[in-house]
Design a protein around this ligand. Structure first.
Ligand code: B4P
Length: 188
C-alpha cells in the first residue's frame, strides 16, 4: 500500500510546495502547508499574522506554539491522510506532531526529504521573486532561511532516519523528473 501520511522535508526552494501540489492531485489527500497558512494569516492581518509577519520577512521561523496550533487544527480534519509541507521545522515541532498523531490514533508513514544544491535553490527562489514578489524571496533573506534550515530543520533528517521513516529523493532536475522519483519512492 502506498504512503498517505507524509511529511515533506527540504531546504527553502527544494520543491516542497511544488511537489506537494502534484501529490495532492495524484493521491487525493489534503495538502497542509504551514507557510501558506501563515501567509494567509498575514494577508488577513489576524493576530497570528501580525506576530508572524516580521519573522517571516526576516527569514526566521515563527514560534513553535503558533505553528503547532495551526497544524493541529488542520490535522484533526485530515482523516484519510495528509501531505505536511513545511511542518515540522524544528525538533520541538516534530515531537509535538508525534503527540498530535498519537492523540488521533494515527502515525506517519514516511518523511520524504527533497535534497537540493544550495546555489540552484537560491536561483529558483530569486526567479520566483520576479514572478510572485514574495517578501522573503530576496537574496539576503533567502541566505538567512538556508542558515536557519541548516541549524534548526536539518537535524530532523536524523530524527526520522532513526525512526526508519526517512526517504531521501533528489529535488534537482525538472519538476516532472522530481515527481517521477517521488512517486517511485512512495510506491504510488
Ligand atoms: P514555506 O512557505 O514553507 O517556504 P519555502 O521553504 O520557501 O518552500 P516553498 O514550498 O514555498 O517553495 P518550493 O521549494 O516548492 O515557508 C515560508 C516561511 O514561513 C518560513 O521561512 C517561516 O518563516 C514560515 N514557516 C513556515 N512553516 C513554518 C514552521 N513549521 N515553523 C516555523 N515557521 C514556519 O519552490 C520554490 C521555487 O522553486 C518555486 O518558484 C518553484 O516553482 C521552483 N521549483 C520547484 N521545483 C523546481 C524544479 N524541479 N525546477 C525548477 N524550479 C523549481
Amino acid at each position: 500500500m502506498s504512503a498517505s501520511r507524509i511529511v515533506l522535508l527540504g531546504a527553502p526552494g527544494a520543491g516542497k510546495g511544488t511537489q506537494a501540489a502534484q501529490l495532492v492531485e495524484q493521491l487525493g489527500i489534503p495538502h497542509i502547508s504551514t507557510g501558506d497558512m501563515l501567509r494567509a494569516a498575514v494577508a488577513a492581518e489576524t493576530s497570528v499574522g501580525l506576530k508572524a509577519k516580521a519573522l517571516m520577512d526576516a527569514g526566521q521561523l515563527v514560534g513553535d506554539d503558533i505553528v503547532i496550533a495551526i497544524a493541529e487544527d488542520r490535522l484533526g480534519e485530515a482523516k484519510k491522510g495528509f501531505i505536511l509541507d513545511g511542518f515540522p521545522r524544528t525538533l520541538a515541532q516534530a515531537e509535538a506532531l508525534d503527540g498530535l498523531l498519537e492523540k488521533l490514533d494515527s502515525s506517519l508513514d514516511c518523511c520524504l526529504a527533497l535534497t537540493a544544491d544550495t546555489e540552484a535553490v537560491v536561483e529558483r527562489l530569486l526567479k520566483r521573486a520576479e514572478i510572485e514578489g514574495r517578501a522573503d524571496d530576496n537574496e539576503e533573506t533567502i541566505r538567512e532561511r538556508m542558515k536557519v534550515y541548516g541549524e534548526q530543520t536539518a537535524p530532523l533528517l536524523a530524527y526520522y532516519r532513526e525512526r526508519g521513516l526517512l526517504v531521501e529523493v533528489s529535488g534537482m532536475g525538472t519538476i516532472e523528473a522530481v515527481l517521477g522519483r517521488v512517486l517511485g519512492a512512495l510506491d504510488a
